[in-house]
Design a protein around this ligand. Structure first.
Ligand code: ADP
Length: 848
């Protein structure tokens, strides 16, 4: 870009046209300047055309002028010749006339003299002597003419004709008179000369001479004039009397635009006057040919010039376009070069730096001038590496660099050193000759640091994975290749995939359909979006591995592996200790339940004793009565049988009580089975009835009809019911309610909880209800408000209910503001598939 002059000096100096022009020119963009520059040849060619055209015109006009001059000269000369000839004839004829007037010539003499005159001068056709009365005294005509007599009669005996009037004119003027009779078209017109004759001062007729116009032209006009011009004689009316009317143009001449009319010149032949006009028109054949040749040559040259101009123009346009493309390409490359982070350095064949890019300068901190033109050792070589770098440079110059590049240390200007990787490529010029080497350099300090960090983090990662007390393994689906296995996995299963596959199979993860040989490498989940697999939650299940004698919690998860393969990761955690603890606590809970039942029975011992006492006392009474009546022989056999029957029934009753207690306290394996609600309720009511009766409490119970069976352990549910009924009876007893208010109500009804079907058992009493502080701690173990209470009843009840996935709650009952007791209720779901965490079906053989 040309630097633009600042405005200030321009303003201070006067603005001359040349300055203005320069200023304007600099203001234009280079593109516009090129466009303007392209106009110059056009203007030159146009000027050239104008010059050629105008010089042609000028020459042509000159030539026409010259030609006209020549024609004029020649015509005048010719006229002179004809005039001289006519005057000469006139002279001779006048001499004859004089002789006639002097009467020296008679008719015969006249004819002979006329004959010699006509023979001498071919232009003269006839000579006649006519007397004053218009009679022909003598006449001689050239033999070539039509019959002279006829002619004379024709010409002279016609009154009022041309000849007659000329005759009169000659008589009147007494001077020779020329006439050009118009005549009929078919008659060859002849030029007439009337010379008056005098006889002693009187008019004595005329001497009539007739000239042939044709011959006058042929012999009067010089040959060179005839060769150059079309010469013609015309009468006063412009009719051609003799000669050519005009030249016929040659083809070449006709084509010239300005030669449409040839140069013509007319002049009256002087002694005759206006009756005879000499006309000449130039032939210009040869000149025309030369002129047109020149014209065509110039034309062709002009066309050639125009064609070259257009060609040049188009070429310039293409060059401009190419230049623009080049400029934008250069700008693009420059921008690319300065934006890229790779340093570029070119060396010539001798190892001299010929080029460095911006990035190279930026990386090293050295300016271009400090690098370009220098040879090794370069400024960016650290002193301690010089020997190594010199060897590398030697390799580089000999084309021995590894294709993957080599690592070097580079010193910055500030003395700091960074790691760089260099790649070398030969530098080939436009003709395919190697001119040096191009080295690209990238700063790999950051990648090196990242690599170190990565390897450190990988190390940490593997350390963590190795130290993990879970086995981690990754294997592709349907393949026996183990992609990853941590230490614990290797310890448990070795380096094969069997362990991984076994864990997957045992964990019940949706397994992959067995593939046949041909499908070996094909992803069995083909068509299934892997995202949906990898996004799903890890599946977890607990499996027992007999080979290890361990319980493992196995979690599996689909992953998209680093090579985009779908793989399965298995994490197995040893949960044997937890399982053992769970089993122990389950056993303890069971023992607690049994003990609780024993405690309940212990607490109920006096009631039970009292309950048993009744049938036993009755048996004893019946026996004593029968013994005394048998001793007194006062008993009939039928009475005895009835008494024995009553005794047996009392014994049965006692046996039933004992059996019920036995079955209640018996330590049995927890056993869930479809259990009849009504049966459970009646068993519990019977058991609790002993206590209730002792405490003088009434129980009313309602069980909804057609209740479905519950999948529960009936003994445990009975235990809960007995506990609640006993607590209710104790509360009523404690509240010392009058007999009318000593009521307990047990209701069993179907109920939905959280939209789940289930059965609710509720026990309502008429005790004092629950104090707030009691309500808070109700279900705590060993919380009791009773002097002899153990405080584990409700705690155990809730554990039992919740182990059956049920809910338990307590609430106070009010009548207005007055508390009228409380209501304990529990709900058990009807779900068939309630999965117990502790159950014989799921319980593995555990070492006791
Ligand atoms: P215990 O009966 O051995 O005291 P529980 O766990 O059965 O142990 O009961 C804990 C406490 O809850 C009792 O001490 C009592 O204060 C209170 N309680 C239980 N049932 C009732 C009830 N129906 N009415 C009032 N209080 C009750």
């Amino acid at each position: 870009m040309p630097s633009r002059p600042s405005a200030k000096p321009l303003l201070s100096e006067p603005l001359t046209p040349s300055r203005w022009w320069r200023h304007w020119w600099r203001k234009q963009t280079p593109h516009r300047q090129d466009r303007f520059a392209m106009l110059a040849p056009l203007i030159a060619v146009l000027l050239f055309f104008a010059a050629i055209g105008s010089s042609f015109m000028y020459l042509r006009l000159e030539e026409i002028d010259r030609e006209q001059e020549a024609v004029k000269r020649d015509v005048e000369y010719t006229q002179q010749q004809i005039r001289l000839r006519l005057l000469e004839r006139q002279e001779q004829l006048m001499r004859i006339g004089r002789d006639i007037s002097n009467e020296e010539v008679d008719a015969q003499e006249f004819v002979s003299r006329a004959e010699s005159l006509v023979a001498q001068h071919p232009d003269l056709q006839s000579v006649s002597w006519i007397d004053e009365r218009r009679r022909i005294k003598a006449s001689y005509s050239a033999p070539s003419l039509p019959t002279p007599l006829v002619r004379v009669v024709d010409t002279l005996l016609r009154p009022g004709g041309d000849t007659e009037s000329t005759f009169s004119l000659a008589r009147d003027l007494q001077q020779p008179v020329y006439a050009q009779p118009a005549g009929k078209s078919e008659v060859v017109p002849l030029l007439q000369l009337h010379i008056p004759l005098a006889d002693r001062g009187h008019f004595a007729g005329v001497l009539l001479a007739e000239y042939s116009n044709e011959n006058l032209l042929r012999y009067g006009v010089p040959a060179e004039v005839l060769a150059k011009y079309a010469v013609a004689l015309l009468n006063g009316n412009g009719r051609v009397l003799a000669g050519n009317a005009g030249p016929i143009h040659s083809v070449g001449t006709r084509l010239l635009p300005w030669s449409s009319q040839s140069e013509a010149y007319e002049i009256p032949v002087s002694p005759v006057g206006n009756g005879l006009v000499l006309r000449a028109q130039a032939y210009r054949t040869s000149q025309g040919v030369i002129g047109s040749g020149l014209f065509w040559l110039v034309g062709a040259l002009s066309v050639l010039t125009a064609w070259m101009l257009i060609g040049n123009w188009r070429h310039t346009r293409r060059r401009l376009q190419a230049q623009q493309a080049l400029v934008s390409e250069t700008n693009f490359r420059r921008a690319m070069e300065s934006s890229m982070l790779t340093g570029m350095r070119a060396l010539d064949m001798q190892g001299r730096i010929t080029y460095v890019n911006t990035a190279f300068c930026r990386m090293t901190g050295w300016s271009e001038s400090a690098l370009v033109g220098h040879t090794a050792p370069f400024v960016h070589w650290p002193e301690e590496d010089r020997a190594y770098l010199a060897a590398r440079l030697e390799d580089e110059l000999n084309g021995r660099t590894p294709p993957g590049g080599f690592q070097v240390r580079v010193k910055r200007r500030d003395g700091s050193v960074f790691d760089g990787r260099m790649y070398v490529a030969p530098l080939i010029d436009a003709v395919g000759k190697q001119t040096g080497w191009m080295t690209s350099m990238t700063d790999i300090t950051e990648p090196n640091r990242i690599r170190e960090q990565l390897s450190a983090s990988y190390e940490r990662f593997t350390k963590v994975l190795e130290a993990l007390d879970a086995s981690v393994s990754v294997a592709p689906i349907n393949s026996h290749e183990l992609l990853f296995a941590n230490k614990l996995y290797r310890l448990w299963f070795g380096v094969q995939t069997e362990g991984h596959e076994k864990l997957v199979a045992q964990a019940g993860v949706p397994t992959i359909p067995p593939s046949d040989e041909t499908m070996d490498d094909v992803d069995a989940f083909a068509g299934l979006p892997t995202d949906s697999l990898t996004d799903t939650q890890a599946e977890s299940s607990e499996v027992f591995v007999p080979e290890l004698g361990k319980w493992l919690e196995v979690r599996t998860r689909y992953l998209s592996w680093v090579d985009a393969r779908l793989v399965q990761m298995v994490i197995a955690t040893d949960i044997t200790p937890r399982r053992r603890a769970e089993e122990q606590s389950a056993a303890q809970a069971e023992r607690a339940q049994t003990s609780s039942r024993l405690i309940t029975m212990g607490e109920m011992a006096s009631s039970v004793a009292h309950e048993l006492n009744q049938p036993l006392a009755a048996i004893s009474n019946y026996c004593n009565g029968m013994v005394s009546r048998i001793k007194g022989n006062g008993i009939a056999e039928a009475d005895l049988l009835a008494a024995l029957d009553k005794t047996a029934r009392q014994a049965q009753r006692a046996g039933q009580i004992i059996q019920r207690i036995q079955s209640f306290v018996k330590r049995s394996e927890p056993n869930r089975s479809p259990s009849d609600v009504e049966h459970m309720v009646s068993e519990a009511v019977e058991l609790a009835g002993i206590e209730l009766r002792r405490r003088n409490v009434r129980l009313s119970h309602y069980v909804a009809a057609r209740l479905p069976r519950l999948q529960v352990d009936p003994i445990l549910i009975e235990q809960v019911l007995v506990n609640l009924l006993r607590n209710a009876a104790e509360a009523i007893d404690l509240a010392q309610r009058p007999t009318a208010q000593r009521n307990i109500e047990l209701r069993v009804i179907p109920k939905l909880m959280d939209e789940k079907a289930g059965i609710e058992f509720s026990v309502s009493d008429t005790g004092r209800g629950l104090a707030p502080e009691v309500q808070e701690r109700l279900f705590e173990a060993f919380f009791s408000t009773k002097a002899e209470g153990m405080g584990i009843g409700l705690n155990l009840c809730r554990t039992i209910v919740e182990s059956h996935l049920g809910r338990m709650q307590a609430e106070n009952l009010y009548n207005g503001n007055e508390g009228t007791g409380c209501r304990f209720s529990f709900w058990l779901p009807l779900a068939q598939s309630s999965i117990a965490q502790i159950g014989p079906a799921n319980t593995p053989p555990t070492p006791e």
